[in-house]
Design a protein around this ligand. Sequence first.
Ligand code: FAD
Length: 481
Amino acid sequence: MFDVCIIGAGVVGAMCARALSAYKLNICVVERANDVCTGASRANSAIVHAGFDAKPGTLKARFNVAGSKMMEQVCRELGVKYVRNGSLVLGYGDEDKATLEELYERGVKNGVEGLAVLDREGVLALEPNVTEEVTCALWAPTGAIVSPFGLCDAGLGNAMDNGAQFIRNFEVERIESADGVYTLYAGDQKVEARFVVNAAGLYSDKIAAMVGDESFDVHPRRGEYMVLDKAYTPSLTSYTLFSTPTPKGKGILVTATTGGNVMLGPTAVDMTDKEDLDTTAEGTASIREQSARYIKGIPFGGVITSFTGLRAVGSTGDFIIHASAPGFITFGGIESPGLTSAPALGEYCVELLGNEGLVLEKKENWNPIRKPSGWYRKLDDDQKNEVIAKEPAYGNMVCRCEEVTEGEIVYAIRTNPGARDVDGVKRRTRSGMGRCQGGFCSSIVVEILSRELGIPYEQVTKSGGGSIINYGRTKGGKDNA
Ligand SMILES: Cc1cc2nc3c(=O)[nH]c(=O)nc-3n(C[C@H](O)[C@H](O)[C@H](O)COP(=O)(O)OP(=O)(O)OC[C@H]3O[C@@H](n4cnc5c(N)ncnc54)[C@H](O)[C@@H]3O)c2cc1C
């Protein structure tokens, strides 16, 4: 029996688990996928929003600003990549300037520090690559970028290091409640807990309905992206560039990423299918057309991949955070700025569970610190040679594009919450994220996963479930494999 069961291992579930792991509690996180960070937390813009966008008084505004203030410290503790690169909302004429001034006022009301409306000269002084059309911008120096994979992985990993359990491939299908205990069923498995946190993203409405809360719906809104090879983009921009929102929408962004690429997107298309992660020709065309208005000379020939994320859009327009039943807290409709807000939502989760009667006693030995996943990269050559002398796997280069060694991949598999498939290794190490997109390294990653997990090649998957990579051997016996 657990004290608290968290449904969903996205960034919200991970941050709730971490915050709760500071208390003397028996916690588990159940996740329908094979890994942490496979939902919206995997495919987003990775922006730590400054907080000028959300309407004052909303939950979005409250947790955006609080999360943005916490993020740098949380990332330092967890060893996650975070860069305070600053953001610019670009304007194209007097009408946009008036909107930017409204955003400025809204940001000031929300408590965002350092905002300024710049004229064209001011914009050019910061980012000389903007197009001739740009006339003004809202500058937000507290805007930042973060690794969403790192935040999820390290957040949940840190909770596990402090005693939390992670149960993969557990899709909650039914919930029963009796005598103050919730029983969560997934196929022939079950988990019992006295308190439950619903952090199931797009499916948070479905989970809430399992305990009788039908007060809201969540629908998917597709956002497509294109990623540029970092070899083409070192001087394109180091900022996050938005365009001024209009009644037609917020438009896309052009942003640097913590991985060193530049990313373009996302589109915004309302959908009904919560599983449709297709990219489309229309999406690509729209991103190309819009982004060319921001920055001069975007090398579209340098696009190395495209992907889609699905926003969990709630029916109220704000985050939906409440007790769906006694001792059952729901985080619904956590669309943007959910990534930014996540550390603050984790703290709020503790407060809400306390209000529901969870006894909260701090652990004396809680450790908020985690060794950075990229620790090896930060060493100088002499230090690397010392590591290689002890662990020769660090001398084997596996991913040539991103320069990831076998030692780093083994570390990602062995460190909580342990990569279990090729995409899990990719999110943790960047192996396969470079120009060749895994063309050279994927087969070696399969081999390492097979060896480390003690399973045959044929059972190693791309991303869990039925995503088998090798169906059988093509060249005779075992020795030729
Ligand atoms: C295109 C796009 C751009 C965005 N850009 C930004 C941005 O720049 N900055 C920002 O702050 N925010 C951004 N966001 C929002 C942010 O990504 C989300 O708010 C955040 O990731 C939500 O995290 P989550 O944990 O609630 O959901 P998710 O990451 O979706 O996690 C929910 C988890 O629940 C699991 N689950 C679902 N049903 C079940 C079940 N029945 N049983 C067990 N597990 C289940 C899922 O598999 C999933 O892993 C963006 C989102 C999108 C889609």
